[in-house]
Ligand binder design. Sequence first.
Ligand code: 1HE
Length: 262
Amino acid sequence: MALVSYELEDGIAVLTLSRPEKRNAMSDAMLNDLGAAVDRAAKEAKAAVLAAKGDHFCAGLDLKEQVEKSVMEGIAGSRSWHAVFSRIQRGAIPYFAALHGAVVGGGLELAAAAHVRVADANTHFALPEAQRGIFVGGGGSVNVARLMGVARMVDMMLTGRVLSAEEAERYGVVNYVTESGGARAKAMELARIAACNAPLSNYAVINALPRIHDSGYDEGLFFESMIATLTQVTPDAQERLRAFLDKKAPRLAIPAERGGGA
Ligand code: 1HE
């Protein structure tokens, strides 16, 4: 049985970590299954949801497999996490992570590779690597630090601080907090909305925005103009722009309590 199950629901790929008896600790085999599911989603889905079976999203790296690894095996292991996670992070479709329970160590690194994070109110976030005598190896020093800032990550790693869902939202780690049990449905709702966008616009959001963020001011603005024009001249954009002007496209969904009609 695959350690990451895969379903396609109305064009949305749902990838579910399925090793609940080990709290979805990421073994080499599970990472392999995750990579295969990500590759499949890239071929057939417009958006994806990353979820998990059992009481916890992911307890991080499978510590049992680490005890006797050599230096070279350790490096290869970390690089294989980077390879799979970058196919999520800089692939062609948006990923929405539905989080609950423990999102710990490599589990938080995986969540950070998704594009939008939704957490149940019962979610906790921690980076206990230093307590285990190791270091983040799944892209966390880059991606988690970018979400919360280096100073907060240093605090979590040095002190073992466990963040609640609300604190994680305040830290910029999660975009939405739902009531307990609600994260998966909310992530699906968001994925469905994103799946209706122009695929090239989604690609640009995922691939151009982080690169622009990493570049200098002038390079960023120049790159932005190129991408803006590239998307705008596509038949997809032309059709969508005309549909809006012909009043055939939905207006912004401004909630009624804020003065909108939606
Ligand atoms: C594991 C792992 C794991 C559980 N590797 N086997 N991650 C951590 O340091 C977190 C370690 N896990 C925990 O703190 C707890 O398991 C939880 C808070 C997540 C859940 O607690 P609980 O009481 O529900 O479960 P449990 O009894 O601790 O674990 C159930 C089983 O899962 C048990 O195995 P069993 O054979 O005794 O039943 C645990 O050994 C097993 N298990 N977590 C292996 N992580 C790319 S670098 C990333 C670096 C990191 O991720 S460091 C952080 C590692």
